[in-house]
Design a protein around this ligand. Structure first.
Ligand code: CP3
Length: 317
C-alpha cells in the first residue's frame, strides 16, 4: 500500500534530496525502492513504487506531490475549456516507468510485482479540487452541474490511467490494482451513473492481458458490488467493514483483499496479533483472501511490526 516505504530508514536514505515524483521517474531508484519492503519483510508480492499522478505528469499536467499534503495541481480542471486542453498520454513518455518495471521484475525473481493506477474518479477529484480535499465536493458538484464536461474529464482520465496500467503489465507486472481511494464519498447511484463507466473504460486497457485485477477504495462498503462489476477479480476492503460482511455483500463469489486497520500498527503486539488473526479468520470465509492493510502505512510505524505481521501470516511465530 501507499507509503509502505516511508517507515523504512533505507527508504528515507535513498530518497534524501530527491523529490517524490523525480524518484518515480528514475528507473534504478524506483526499482530499488520497490524492492526494499520485499527484502526487509519477506512479503509475497511487491507493489510498484510510483504514484497515481505520475501518468498525469507525463501527459503534461503541472502537478507536484507536496510532503504531508499530497498531489497539488497548478491549474485545477473545472470547465469544458480546461478539459479540452488536456492532452492524451503518449505511451512513449512512459519509458522510465517501463524500464523501472523491467528492472524490478528481473530483480524479484519469483516474487510477483503488482502494477497499479488511480481510478478515474480519484484522479478527477484531485484535478477538479486542485489538490486533496475532505469530501470531493467540487468534483461531486461538477458531475451533476455539467455532466458532459465531467464525462469528458473521466474519459480522458480513464485512458491516461489505463495506458499507465497497461504499460506496467506489458513490462512484466503480474497483477493490476486500480485505486479508487476516494470513491467512498459517492452514493451508489452516483457511482453507477457517473463513475463506473470510466472505471470500466480504464480497466478495458488491460483485460486482454489476462492478469488478475484488484479494485480498492476506502469507505466503499456500500459500493463493493458495483466496484466488482466494473471488471475486477478481487475487491479491496478497508478497515471499516469486516471481511466476512464484505463477502456476504458480494454474494460469496469474489476474492477479497484487506483489511488490517493501520491504526492498530501502533497498538501493543497482543492486540495487533489478535486483530490480524481475526482478519485472517474472516477473510477465510471468502473464496480467496489477499492479506494486507486496509489503507496506507502510517510513516511513524515501527518496521519490525510489519515484519512480525508477515511472519504471523506465514505461520512462523
Ligand atoms: O507504498 C508505496 O510506495 C507503493 C507505491 C504507491 C505510492 N502511491 C507511492 C507514494 C502507491 C500504490 C500510491 C498510490 C496513491 N497515491 C494513492 C492510492 C492509494 C491510497 O493510498 O489511497 C493515492 C490517493 C496517492 C496520492 C498521494 N501520493 C498521496 C495522498 C500522498 C501522501 C502525501 C503525504 O506526504 O502525506 C502521496 C505521496 C506518496 N506516494 C508517498 C509514497 C511513498 C509518500 C511520499 C514521501 O516519501 O514523502
Amino acid at each position: 500500500m501507499r507509503q509502505a516505504g516511508r517507515s523504512l530508514p533505507e527508504y528515507r536514505e535513498v530518497r534524501r534530496g530527491v523529490t517524490m515524483l523525480a524518484s518515480c521517474l528514475e528507473p534504478e531508484l524506483a526499482s530499488e525502492i520497490t524492492l526494499q519492503p520485499v527484502r526487509r519483510h519477506g512479503v509475497d508480492a511487491a507493489i510498484f513504487f510510483s504514484d497515481i499522478v505520475v501518468p498525469l505528469l507525463l501527459a503534461g499536467v503541472d502537478v507536484d506531490i507536496v510532503p504531508g499534503t499530497g498531489p497539488v495541481f497548478a491549474e485545477p480542471v473545472r470547465t469544458a475549456d480546461d478539459v479540452a486542453r488536456l492532452a492524451p498520454l503518449d505511451p512513449a513518455a512512459l519509458a522510465p516507468v517501463v524500464e523501472a518495471v523491467e528492472r524490478t521484475v528481473a530483480a524479484l525473481g519469483g516474487t510477483p510485482l503488482i502494477g497499479f493506477a488511480g481510478a478515474p474518479f480519484t484522479l478527477a477529484s484531485y484535478l477538479v479540487e486542485g489538490g486533496p480535499s475532505k469530501d470531493q465536493l467540487r468534483a461531486r458538484t461538477l458531475m451533476h452541474a455539467d455532466p458532459a464536461t465531467w464525462g469528458a474529464l473521466m474519459d480522458w482520465a480513464a485512458d491516461v490511467t489505463g495506458t499507465f496500467l497497461r504499460a506496467q503489465v506489458m513490462a512484466g507486472a503480474s497483477a493490476a490494482q486500480l485505486f479508487d481511494s476516494w470513491a467512498g464519498s459517492l452514493s451508489l447511484a452516483d457511482y453507477e451513473a457517473h463513475v463506473a463507466p470510466a472505471s470500466s473504460r480504464a480497466l478495458a486497457h488491460v483485460v486482454d492481458l489476462g492478469v488478475p485485477i484488484v479494485h480498492f477504495g476506502t469507505g466503499t462498503g456500500e459500493l463493493l458490488g458495483a466496484m466488482r462489476d466494473v471488471g475486477a477479480d478481487v475487491v479491496g476492503v478497508d478497515h471499516r467493514i469486516p471481511l466476512d460482511e464484505a463477502n456476504r455483500r458480494l454474494g460469496g463469489t469474489t476474492p477479497l483483499q484487506g483489511n488490517i486497520d493501520p491504526a492498530l500498527l501502533g497498538a501493543p503486539w497482543p492486540v495487533l496479533e489478535a486483530h490480524v488473526l481475526d482478519v485472517i479468520g474472516r477473510g477465510a470465509t471468502a473464496p480467496g483472501h489477499v492479506l494486507n492493510l486496509g489503507h496506507g502505512v502510517p510513516p511513524q510505524t515501527d518496521p519490525d511490526v510489519l515484519t512480525r505481521i508477515v511472519r504471523l501470516a506465514h505461520g512462523e511465530r
